[in-house]
Design a protein around this ligand. Structure first.
Ligand SMILES: *Cc1c(COP(=O)(O)O)cnc(C)c1O
Length: 235
């Protein structure tokens, strides 16, 4: 099977714009993160040539090898997002990836660890908090109340700058089943904005290949799309 990355990107962007317009939103306010996990640098290069700038990886080591080693001199430079859970022992390489955004702060311990490493490296990390709005036991992310309790500490960490929330709903092939989860994330964000008014809550990272249009209708500012652009992943 041949994958036409250029055509797929165009198609995804058109579908994003249509969903934004349906919801009365400006398509320009939504960022497409092209998820390249498991795919070679050549796929990133192809997407870069087609005008894509934001890319997502879920493993810090793979992200570093691809974006900071193989693709280190790419021009224009890609903007790397880390979107997967970060284990403590991978925190150092996550910081070395120099991500523009970490979507997946899912527990206080990793927030502290990343803050310490960022301070030592003299950088600031822009982050989102991953929330498990469905309450599914198998999912990563803070339960909403656990996040509230952790925030007064986490928001005071000097090298982490918060910008909003991220979620991954339980998988269901019907995109409509994700809608209540996306809506719940947005509602939680609106509440946190009242409760913690000094932090930036502008970003909602939600929506993947099969449900990004529903996510945009529900207020996503960032969608993370892999297979609809790069084809299926070998697992
Ligand atoms: C892999 C991944 C995606 C993209 O998934 P697709 O279904 O291929 O679009 C989005 N978000 C996260 C956190 C991922 O790990």
């Amino acid at each position: 099977m041949t994958i036409n990355i250029d055509t797929n990107l165009q198609h995804v962007r058109q579908r994003m714009a249509a969903a934004a317009t349906r919801a009365g939103r400006d398509p320009e306010e939504i960022t497409l993160v092209a998820v390249t996990k498991t795919h070679p640098w050549a796929y990133v290069a192809r997407a870069l040539a087609a005008g894509q700038r934001d890319f997502g990886e879920n493993r810090p080591e793979e992200a570093h090898a691809k974006f900071r080693e193989e693709g280190a001199t790419a021009d224009p430079a890609p903007r790397l997002h880390l979107i997967g859970p970060i284990q403590s022992r991978k925190a150092r390489i996550a910081v070395a990836c120099r991500p523009v955004l970490i979507h997946s702060i899912d527990r206080p311990k990793i927030a502290r660890k990343l803050n310490d490493l960022a301070l030592a490296a003299g950088v600031v990390l822009d982050v989102l908090f991953e929330v498990n709005v469905s309450g599914e036991a198998s999912k990563f992310g803070f339960a909403p109340d656990a996040l509230r309790q952790a925030l007064s500490e986490i928001l005071s960490l000097p090298a982490l700058h918060a910008h909003g929330l991220m979620t991954i709903p339980p998988f269901d092939p019907d995109p409509e089943s994700a809608r209540p989860h996306f809506r719940a994330l947005r509602r939680l964000r609106d509440q946190l904005r009242q409760e913690f008014p000094r932090a930036d809550w502008s970003q909602l990272s939600m929506g993947m290949s099969h449900d990004f249009e529903v996510a945009i209708e529900e207020g996503a500012t960032i969608v993370r799309v892999g297979s609809a652009i790069f084809g299926p992943r070998a697992v």
